[in-house]
Design a protein around this ligand. Structure first.
Ligand code: SF4
Ligand code: SF4
Length: 373
């Protein structure tokens, strides 16, 4: 979105939500738990809603889990989605059909926190300690096949950047450590311990991801379990059958050490790149950005990038990030401006890479998952 009222873009939204007296959280999962723990003393949370019949009738964080049909909201109550961006649209439709007020947590929580008690909350960032990977996936969203200089970022620089981030941000709901392949990063234990010890009180949830082909050392497993880092274990066994034994071994180790993990098996991936470049006007690029609704922003070298993927493309040498496409934490800024930027506002309302990119959501360029070069 293009800034029209910089620093006040959400004044109207705040007027709309400020009288909400109680909420239900839609999504009785990990994200719902993070939101509950952060906001239980600030917002009257009456319970969880979930579409999963296995969860309905049970408890989550000590609260009842209902189906949408079981609850009745009055005008001063609302539903906050806590599911991933991929599922938000379906849930919003469901609630709107029932004529309930529903808000996406990624907008509601930062606006509520900042306007109500001057707390700058960011719902998520993506943070890469390395671009090194042992695989070479054809349609890697980090553009690994194009990277000429894969690097292990210096731990001292990562710590400095994180300190800078938390000197401005009051709370981060999800810090996602990705890569490259994070398990190859030699200082990963030091990084996790630093995050937890120095900034743990400001981080709701620490997550990382692994491609399922790098067996973590016992020492790393102990730290992941001790610090409660949640790991996404990608299942690429269909695409890379020769590495299947490693996947099984990693899973075994996660179970042995009591690591919380989720297996992610994608049937298909998307290809972002439209290398020829579309003949797109600035207005079309703006619309493309808005429709893309990219959920991730990368924080790197003290800067928050408007789109994760355009910055990955820039690191890979496919593109040059423009100065209005990141938010520089070294500069003085007002909290509302940073919140707006994280929610997709910028000077021109898109990144130039949108003109070369098929988009994150509704991308028709479907490809085989994890196919190797
Ligand atoms: S595993 Fe594949 S998709 Fe993931 S970073 Fe490595 S090359 Fe990219
Ligand atoms: S279209 Fe591509 S470059 Fe533009 S915001 Fe979406 S993912 Fe990023």
């Amino acid at each position: 979105m293009k800034w029209k009222n910089r620093g006040s873009e959400f004044d109207g939204y705040w007027e709309e939500i400020k009288n909400i007296k109680a909420v239900y959280l839609f999504g009785a999962g990990i994200s719902g738990k993070t939101v509950y723990e952060k906001y239980k003393d600030k917002i009257n949370i009456k319970g969880f809603i979930d579409n999963d019949p296995q969860k309905q009738g049970g408890k989550h964080c000590g609260l009842n889990v209902y189906s949408l049909d079981e609850i009745l909201l009055d005008k001063s109550e609302a539903i906050i989605t806590t599911v991933s961006s991929e599922h938000t649209k379906k849930i919003v439709n469901q609630a709107e059909k029932a004529k309930y007020r529903i808000y996406d947590m990624h907008t509601f929580l930062p606006v509520y926190s900042l306007y109500n008690y001057d707390e700058l909350v960011v719902t998520s960032i993506s943070y890469l300690p390395t671009t090194v990977c042992n695989l070479n996936c054809k349609c890697c969203l980090n553009f690994a096949p194009y990277l000429r200089n894969k690097e292990f970022r210096k731990i001292a620089v990562l710590k400095r950047d994180i300190d800078l981030f938390f000197s401005k941000v009051d709370f981060l709901l999800l810090l996602h450590i990705s890569g490259g392949e994070p398990f190859l990063y030699p200082n990963l234990i030091e990084l996790f311990e630093y995050l937890k010890i120095e900034h743990g009180k400001k981080i709701g949830r620490l997550e990382t991801t692994t491609n399922g082909t790098v067996i973590p050392k016992d020492e790393l497993c102990e730290v992941l379990a001790k610090l409660g880092v949640i790991v996404t274990l990608d299942d690429y066994r269909d695409a890379i059958p020769g590495q299947a034994d490693k996947f099984d071994k990693i899973k075994e180790k996660f179970d042995e050490f009591g690591i919380v993990y989720k297996i992610q098996k994608a049937e298909q991936w998307i290809d972002l790149l439209v290398l020829q470049g579309k003949d797109m006007s600035n207005e079309q690029a703006q619309l493309h950005f808005e429709q893309c609704n990219v959920p991730w922003q990368e924080y790197r070298n003290g800067k928050l990038y408007l789109c994760n993927y355009s910055d990955y493309a820039s690191v890979a040498g496919l593109y040059q990030t423009q100065t209005d496409e990141y938010f520089d934490f070294n500069s003085e800024f007002n909290k509302k401006e940073l919140m707006e930027f994280r929610l997709g506002y910028s000077q021109k309302g898109y990144v130039d890479f949108c003109k070369k990119c098929a988009g994150y959501f509704n991308n028709p360029n479907v490809v085989k998952a994890a196919e190797q070069m």
